[in-house]
Design a protein around this ligand. Sequence first.
Ligand code: ADP
Ligand code: ADP
Length: 226
Amino acid sequence: QVRLAARGLVKRFGATVALDGVDLDLADGESLAVMGPSGSGKSTLLHCLAGILAPDQGGVALRGRDVSSGSDRERSLLRRRHYGFVFQFGQLLSELPAVENVALPAMLLGTSRREATERARQWLASLGLAGMEGRRPGELSGGQAQRVAVARALITGPDVVFADEPTGALDQATGADVMRVLTEATRAAGASLVVVTHDESVAAWCSRRLVIVDGREVRGPLAGAR
Ligand code: ADP
Ligand code: ADP
């Protein structure tokens, strides 16, 4: 089943054409690595797929329902309900302990503090962070902080998790550990996954890849060599 579909996405910033007609089908449970050189449009694609940016042309559908042409408010609600996000760094609230960072998205959807906190504890424990619930992000290693970010992305039971360079601030071994946790936990939660990365070893954790250069998909044998 196609979960997320994009057709003919075009996005310009002034004279810059960041996306120049990208099509994409993301199946249930599939993990997709979006690859390509710096400035090729990877982040813009992720932002359009996730409804953070509205494309100038084309559209995005979640389970067949158009999700790219709503108002900012509608797209914001859609993101909270249906998507989870993992970014490179700085995405956790530094004043809040790990458990509250994880509980927050559930509370924003109306779950009580008590229940959200209990679910957050369970998520942290299942990702190997039992005993660290009370630590603030600054008191965690980079790999631990990204596990907290994975728990936060999954607590709402999203349809799709979007990750933008999730290992960008980590060394190779820690990055591999975070990718293992991200792909396994996302799959177990029944979510599909889109990972933006320029790192071949990160893309290797995903079931499929999309290579874009100058805002267009590149297919064929050269795509893998980029
Ligand atoms: P990547 O993620 O592959 O590095 P981006 O999607 O960030 O590429 O950027 C694609 C192109 O669009 C680049 O030329 C970038 O400078 C430009 N761009 C991205 N976002 C903006 C923006 N908000 N305003 C102006 N130009 C932008
Ligand atoms: P990435 O490293 O993921 O490609 P960038 O560092 O290029 O991201 O961009 C970070 C943020 O700045 C993004 O939200 C992107 O849309 C925006 N951005 C990128 N290029 C430009 C630009 N030329 N002008 C304004 N904003 C930009």
